[in-house]
Design a protein around this ligand. Structure first.
Ligand code: APR
Ligand code: ZN
Length: 360
């Protein structure tokens, strides 16, 4: 069975043969159908985030079909179509009870083992690190990471819900709770930012101002509903936003991961406005804002996974897709076999793809 293994940060990833053991108690074996290439994967590949656990099987955005269930599994069955959630949504912890499944206390993603400490992937008898491991033909995860979905939606499209759509749309609707008519700025219109634009459309925002350095991204933002456009490579972003909003936006979302662009987002909001950091900050970096501006009722807000409650949110998002009100086809700009792994990240860095979906 093939999987994309990161052996060393900064070194091209290879597709290798691996073995997979399980499912055991409470675990499920899923055959992957689609898996999206997210910038968070690239943060690991490039070394932008601390990452000592190699050799590691990459991938966290994915969809597939349940192949086998372990003892005690009750929420999914063989043949079910599922999307992977980034968080466990155990349903029993304080945060799950409080409607904050994105902060599930059972969540162990990033530890590179199953919650039991087990490592189901190996190669020649040597254990490999992995979390959801969606860049593999098959994977084994606890059932709490899976959301069963309707079966009339192509899984190569549905996979995008698992990270990019949940993070972006959720940041607007679940976390910031943008009110109708608000002016919204989105700095960084990639795979996640495009979904912040979509969230703003769903929230009935007024002006939706897309900011990127790449014209193709701005064109794509227009196709999903942005109303105004700023090319950050040519224009003074804050000045243009001030002009367009008559003194500052109600909301500005940073969807890249740089302290400078978080600061830029903060500088785009009016007194009483909210700056939402969606991008993952690089390791060890602080976010600084001028105290006097903050004093005037401005808010700086973090958001992890769009305050997502996957079992609640994935189904309505897919319903909206089927109704034509949430776009997925436009986001999946390329479909590639998993063998073309490194090319997909080259596209990401060249700015020529919104999301590449790997197939197996
Ligand atoms: N100003 C404006 N846009 C910029 C700038 C800048 N200074 N620098 C980069 N961009 C744009 C890129 O052109 C690209 O369109 O930001 C976008 C980033 O998009 P992707 O590379 O597709 O990344 P994405 O998968 O959307 O993730 C964005 O969110 O979930 C996190 O880890 C993820 O931190 C990452 C962020
Ligand atoms: Zn992601």
């Amino acid at each position: 069975m093939r999987a994309a293994i990161l052996r060393e940060q900064g070194v091209p990833v290879k597709i290798e043969q691996v073995d997979l053991d399980g499912p055991e108690q409470g675990e499920v074996r899923v055959q992957l159908v689609g898996a999206g290439a997210c910038h968070s994967d690239y943060h690991r590949i490039s070394g932008h985030v601390d990452f000592g656990t190699v050799p590691y099987i990459l991938g966290h955005e994915g969809s597939g079909i349940v192949k086998e269930v372990g003892p005690g599994v009750s929420t999914v069955a063989v043949g079910d179509h599922v999307i992977f959630s980034l968080t466990a949504q155990c349903g029993r912890c304080r945060n799950c009870h409080d409607g904050k499944a994105n902060l599930c206390e059972f969540w162990v993603l990033g530890k590179a083992t199953l919650p039991t400490g087990r490592r189901p992937f190996s190669q020649d008898g040597v254990e490999l690190y992995a979390d959801l491991a969606t860049f593999a033909e098959e994977t084994v995860v606890p059932e709490t990471y899976l959301v069963k979905i309707r079966e009339d939606i192509p899984l190569e499209k549905a996979c995008l819900i698992g990270c990019g759509v949940m993070t972006g749309v959720g940041a607007v609707l679940n976390r910031a709770k943008v009110e109708a008519g608000s002016t919204v700025v989105i700095i960084g219109c990639g795979g996640v930012g495009m979904n912040v634009v979509q969230g703003a459309v769903l929230a009935n925002a007024g002006k939706i101002i897309a900011v990127d350095k790449v014209q193709f991204k701005l064109d794509m933002a227009e196709s999903v509903g942005a109303t105004h456009f700023i090319d950050a490579s040519k224009e003074d972003v804050v000045k243009r936003v001030m002009d367009l909003t008559n003194g500052g936006a109600d909301y500005a979302f940073e969807v890249i991961g740089f302290p400078q662009t978080v600061r830029q987002a903060f500088d785009c909001i009016r007194p009483g406005g909210t700056c939402v950091m969606v991008g993952v900050p690089f390791k060890g970096q602080d976010i600084a804002v001028p105290g006097m501006k903050l004093f005037w009722d401005r808010t700086v807000m973090g958001t992890f996974y769009g305050a997502g409650r996957p079992k609640t949110d994935f189904p309505w998002m897919l319903d909206l897709y089927q109704d034509g009100r949430l776009k997925l086809d436009e986001l999946a700009t390329k479909v590639r076999p998993i063998e073309e792994f490194n090319e997909a990240f080259d596209d990401m860095n060249a700015g020529t793809a919104i999301r590449t979906v790997f197939t197996f």
